[in-house]
Design a protein around this ligand. Structure first.
Ligand code: HGY
Ligand code: MN
Ligand code: MN
Length: 436
């Protein structure tokens, strides 16, 4: 008996032996995830867990990029590298129409896990490998991609490559960004051999879909197998440079100090008060993730501190009000303390809503697969939020283990969850690649 898989528009997608519905090869997907995780692997000395440190444009990132680009080529894709180091693999369709793109990132934070970003890129690759195995030709071309420096953990702004591709950040601004040692994005792209020639602006695809781990506890707490992502909350990052007076910790009376370390601490306390006060809604989040006192010695009053502020809020007007309060507080604090506070906005994205049509396609396939699912807003930023500005965009979340911990070696999503997510990605891409 022959089973014929047809697309929702009735086009024959695949003819196969009975009982072999089109599905990804889970084992191959997971072995790719684990093979990529070897690059930049490190042992967390406190827990003994193996984490991933593939900071953007480092040698570890280069190794990861080369491995995944090699996999794109081995899958028969036409590979291109653009001027900001984004890497696309194109699979021809029956008709030369605008493609459907699926992707994510393979750079990580320094204490990362193996699923953040990588799962989305490798699930997209697994979709291509599955279509190749089964001889399926989609109507539209399919493109899979990984984007440069999604994390922003080295050069200071998140979604860098996809923001350039979709037009939010000019290429020249991206090139000029520097890390803490002063090296630029452009120099590092050249150094690792990913300063490509292709136009960095991507022409608007028919649609963009990204699979990602949730990176939070919501799906697991609700016992859900899949999240249909409604959008991404607003994000605002600042870098503060506090300059007071260096002084001897033993001889300098408290009344004569201009202690930049104390001011950084007071900013952090205020951030916590703002986020927990309810003034900006129950979901406001504020974090001082980086604090770098100089000279960072036990017996010297720090005369200079660089610290960061990460604000998140699902509502744009609440975010704007919180930013206004923080600005006023910093001005007042600088006056009172005699410590100057220079503020640099390093990232700022408004709340993003994903396309309702793409969301309902994802939900439809989750339902058809019998997967429990629900709408969910993303707490984390993603490359998809940049594509939402230029085409119908959606995301698929899979639940994480251990309260969904992420940006940590404990980050984990079960093999079943990864496979479910990749199969829904497959079906969603097939439907979109067949759409008008
Ligand atoms: O910071 C974020 O939200 C993401 O992990 N880049
Ligand atoms: Mn990510
Ligand atoms: Mn991340």
């Amino acid at each position: 008996m022959i089973a014929v898989t047809t697309s929702p528009r009735g086009r024959v997608l695949e003819v196969g032996a009975m009982g072999t519905p089109l599905a990804i090869n889970g084992e191959r997907l997971l072995s790719s995830v684990h093979a990529l995780a070897e690059l930049g692997a490190y042992v967390d000395e406190r827990t003994g867990l193996v984490g991933v440190n593939r900071l953007a444009l480092t040698d570890a990132d280069r190794a990861g990029r080369e491995r995944v680009k090699g996999w794109f080529e081995a899958a028969g894709l036409e590979v291109r590298v653009d001027r900001v180091g984004n890497v696309y693999g194109r699979r021809a369709g029956a008709e030369a129409l605008a493609p459907v793109i699926a992707g994510s990132h393979i750079d990580s934070v320094p204490t990362g896990g193996r699923y953040d970003g990588a799962l989305g890129v490798l699930a997209a690759l697994e979709v291509v490998r599955t279509l190749n195995d089964r001889g399926v030709t989609t109507r539209r071309p399919l493109e899979i991609a990984f984007f440069t420096d999604e994390e922003g953990a080295r050069f200071g702004t998140d979604m860098l490559g996809s923001a350039v591709a979709c037009g939010r950040i000019p290429l020249a601004d991206a090139y000029a960004l520097t890390d803490e040692t002063g090296v630029t994005v452009r120099d590092e792209l050249a150094r690792i051999g990913f300063l490509g020639e292709h136009d960095e602006r991507v022409s608007p695809p028919r649609a963009y879909v990204e699979l990602h781990i949730e990176q939070g506890p919501v799906l697991a707490d609700a016992g859900l197998e899949l999240g249909v992502v409604t959008g991404v909350q607003a994000i605002s990052w600042l870098e503060l440079t506090l300059v007071g007076k260096f002084a001897h910790a033993g001889t300098t009376p408290m009344t004569l100090r201009r202690d930049a370390g104390l001011v950084a601490a007071r900013v952090n306390v205020r951030l916590h008060e703002m986020a927990t006060s309810g003034r900006y809604g129950a979901q406001m989040r504020a974090t001082m993730g980086r604090v770098k006192p100089v000279p960072n010695r036990v017996n010297i009053v720090p005369g200079r501190v660089i610290c960061t502020v990460d604000l998140r809020n699902p509502e744009d007007d609440a975010m704007a009000a919180a930013e206004a309060e923080l600005t006023a507080f910093l001005e007042e604090l600088s006056k009172q303390s005699g410590v100057s506070i220079a503020v640099k906005q390093t990232a700022k994205t408004a709340r993003v809503r994903f396309d309702a049509g793409v969301q309902s396609i994802i939900a439809g396939h989750a339902r058809a697969a019998g997967l429990s699912h629900a709408p969910i807003q993303s707490g984390a930023g993603h490359d998809a939020q940049e594509f939402a500005a230029i085409c119908p965009t959606g995301m698929i979340f899979v639940p994480g283990e251990f309260d969904g911990i992420s940006h940590n070696p404990r980050e984990r999503s079960t093999p079943e969850s990864c496979i479910h997510g990749a199969n829904i990605l497959l079906r969603t891409l097939l439907e979109l690649a067949d759409a008008a």
